[in-house]
Design a binder for this molecule. Structure first.
Ligand code: CA
Length: 512
C-alpha cells in the first residue's frame, strides 16, 4: 500500500496519514521518514526530528510544543503535545477605518443565475420548508403538546398535502429561572426569533400554561410580532385533558388551512441563509469536508446569500484571521467583544477553550483545540466578514456572518435557527446522525469509509478530496448544487428517516 501523507502548508513539520487503517512501523515514505511506530489514519507523523520543546506546525500554525523527543517518523499525538495559550485579544490585525475592505481580501466576483424553489413570506424572507411551528412558553406544556402533535400528524396533516410537517418548539426554559437576570435576554430572544424562522411561514402559534414566568407577551411582545392562535392550558374553559388537546387541534387546523394555500416559487439563491457547523470532527475535517464547505460558502456569498459560521471555542485560536477578514473596524471590534464575553463566561465556570475537544476528536487525530480550530475555521471560506450575530439575535446583513454560538451541535443549531437559518450544513468525521425538525440538515462526511458505512445518513462524501480524485473546488460546487436541490424540496437522509435532535437553549443566566 502506497503511503498517503497530507501536508497542507509548506512550513508544516508534521503530515496527516491518509491511508485507511493507518501506516505500520517500518513503512518507508518516498522522500520522507521511515515510520518508527504504527500511526493510525488521520493522525500526525513527524516529518523531521522534533526534540522536546519543538514547535509543531500544522496549517502553517503552531499547534503546540513537543513534551519529549519525537524522532522523524514518530507519532505526534496529544500526549506528546503541549497546547499554546489562547492568542490575546489585544493588538489584533484590524481593518483600517478609511477602507471598507482590507486590501488583502480578494473581491469575489458575483455569481448570478442560481435559483431555488422556496416559500416567500410576508416579511420578505424565504422558507425552504412549509412547516407549522407551535411555540411554547414553558416546558410544563410539552407532554400535552407531544400528545397533540401525534394526533395532528395522524389526523390533520394528511388533509393538508402542501404542509411539510408540524414541529413543537419545546425547551426546558420558561419558569424556575432568574428571568430578569441580564443574561436571561439570550434564551428569551432565542425563542422569540426561532418563532420567526422563515420555514414557519410567518404563522406563530403559541401554547402556554398560565402561571409561568415567561408569559406569552414577554416571549412575543404585542405590536412587534403578529401572533396567530394562542392556547392557554389553565384557561377556565379547559375542563379535562381532552378539551386542552381539542383546543390545540382546532387552533392548529386554522393555521394549517392557511399554510396549505402556499406554493413554492422560483427565487434567487441569495435568499438562502445557510448555517454551517461541524460535529464529531476528526483530522480529516480540516482537509476534506470543511474546505469544501468553505468553497461552497464563497459560492453562496458570491450568489448574494447569507452564510453563518459559528462555534466560538473552535475559532477562538484563529481570532487574528477573523479580525483580518472583517469588512469594517466595527465588525472586527464586535468579533473581539464576542470572544471576550465567551472567555469570561468559560472562566466563570472554571473552564477554558481546551474543554471543547472530545475523546472522539483525539481518537480521530485532533490533538487539541488549536488543531481543531484551524480545521474548523476553513468552513468560513475566504469572503469578508460583514456582520456579527450575538447569541439569539437575527442576522441583519447578507454575506458572511460570524454568529457567536457555543460549539455544542444542538445549541449551535438552535441559535442558528434563531438567526434565521433556512438550510443547515453539517460536517462530520467520526459520524453523528444529527438532524433538525425545523430545517433541512445536509451532512457531509470527511472520509469515504464513513460515507460507505453510513450510506443512508451522509448526504455527501468529501473523502475523494483526500485521495485526490476530487478537488476542493469540485466538491464545494457539488455541495452548492445539492444545497439548491434540498432548498427546493429534495429531502435529506435525516428528513427521510425523520431524525431530529431536540432544540437546546443557551442559557448563561442562573436557574432558581
Ligand atoms: Ca458543533
Amino acid at each position: 500500500m502506497k503511503p498517503v501523507l497530507i501536508r497542507l502548508h509548506a512550513s508544516d513539520n508534521v503530515a496527516v496519514v491518509g491511508n485507511e487503517g493507518g501506516l505500520a512501523a517500518g513503512t518507508v515514505v518516498d522522500g520522507g521518514p521511515t515510520l518508527r511506530e504504527r500511526v493510525p489514519q488521520a493522525h500526525k507523523l513527524a516529518l523531521v526530528d522534533l526534540p522536546a520543546g519543538s514547535e509543531v506546525r500544522r496549517y502553517g500554525v503552531v499547534i503546540g510544543r513537543t513534551t519529549r523527543d519525537v524522532p522523524a517518523g514518530g507519532w505526534v499525538h496529544e500526549r506528546v503535545l503541549q497546547m499554546p495559550a489562547a492568542p490575546p485579544l489585544a493588538g489584533l490585525p484590524m481593518p483600517t477605518a478609511d477602507s471598507a475592505r482590507p486590501p488583502a481580501l480578494p473581491l469575489l466576483p458575483p455569481l448570478e443565475s442560481h435559483y431555488f424553489d422556496g416559500y416567500r413570506n410576508a416579511d420578505g424572507s424565504v422558507g425552504t420548508r412549509n412547516l407549522l411551528a407551535i411555540t411554547t412558553t414553558v416546558q410544563c406544556v410539552a407532554g400535552v403538546l407531544d400528545h397533540a402533535l401525534a394526533r395532528i400528524r395522524r389526523e390533520l396533516l394528511p388533509q393538508y398535502r402542501q404542509v411539510d410537517g408540524v414541529v413543537g418548539i419545546e425547551h426546558a426554559y420558561g419558569c424556575g429561572v432568574a428571568i430578569d437576570a441580564p443574561d436571561a435576554a439570550i434564551p428569551i430572544r432565542t425563542l422569540r426569533h426561532i418563532a420567526l424562522n422563515p420555514n414557519f411561514g410567518g404563522e406563530v402559534m403559541v401554547l402556554s400554561l398560565g402561571c409561568e414566568k415567561l408569559q406569552p407577551e414577554r416571549l412575543l411582545p404585542p405590536g412587534s410580532i403578529a401572533i396567530g392562535g394562542q392556547v392557554r392550558l389553565q384557561d377556565d374553559k379547559h375542563v379535562g385533558f381532552a378539551s386542552m388537546v381539542d383546543s390545540i387541534m382546532s387552533t392548529a387546523q386554522a393555521h394549517l388551512q392557511r399554510l396549505n394555500e402556499r406554493r413554492r416559487v422560483r427565487v434567487p439563491a441569495a435568499e438562502l441563509v445557510v448555517g454551517v457547523q461541524c460535529g464529531g470532527s476528526d483530522a480529516f475535517s480540516g482537509i476534506t469536508a470543511n474546505p469544501a464547505v468553505g468553497h461552497c460558502s464563497d459560492l453562496l456569498v458570491r450568489a448574494g446569500a447569507t452564510v453563518l459560521f459559528s462555534e466560538v471555542t473552535e475559532v477562538r485560536d484563529a481570532v487574528d484571521q477573523l479580525t483580518r477578514r472583517a469588512a469594517t473596524p466595527q465588525v472586527a471590534q464586535r468579533i473581539i467583544e464576542e470572544m471576550a464575553w465567551y472567555d469570561a463566561y468559560l472562566a466563570r465556570g472554571g473552564a477554558d477553550r481546551s474543554a471543547n475537544t472530545t475523546p472522539g476528536n483525539k481518537a480521530g487525530g485532533l490533538s487539541n483545540i488549536v488543531e481543531k480550530a484551524m480545521g474548523s475555521i476553513v468552513k468560513s471560506g475566504t469572503a469578508p466578514i460583514v456582520g456579527v450575530v450575538a447569541p439569539g439575535e437575527r442576522v441583519l446583513t447578507r454575506g458572511l456572518n460570524y454568529a457567536a454560538t457555543p460549539a455544542s451541535d444542538f445549541i449551535c443549531g438552535t441559535l442558528q435557527l434563531a438567526a434565521g437559518m433556512n438550510l443547515h450544513v453539517f460536517t462530520t468525521g467520526r459520524g453523528t446522525p444529527y438532524g433538525l425538525a425545523e430545517c433541512p440538515v445536509v451532512k457531509v462526511a470527511t472520509r469515504s469509509e464513513l460515507a460507505r458505512r453510513w450510506h443512508d445518513l451522509m448526504d455527501l462524501d468529501a473523502g475523494p478530496i483526500a485521495d485526490g480524485t476530487a478537488s476542493v473546488e469540485q466538491m464545494g460546487r457539488a455541495l452548492f448544487e445539492l444545497l439548491l436541490q434540498v432548498a427546493s424540496g429534495r429531502r435529506t437522509w435525516a428528513e427521510q428517516h425523520g431524525l431530529a435532535n431536540a432544540l437546546v437553549l443557551f442559557n448563561p443566566a442562573p436557574v432558581t
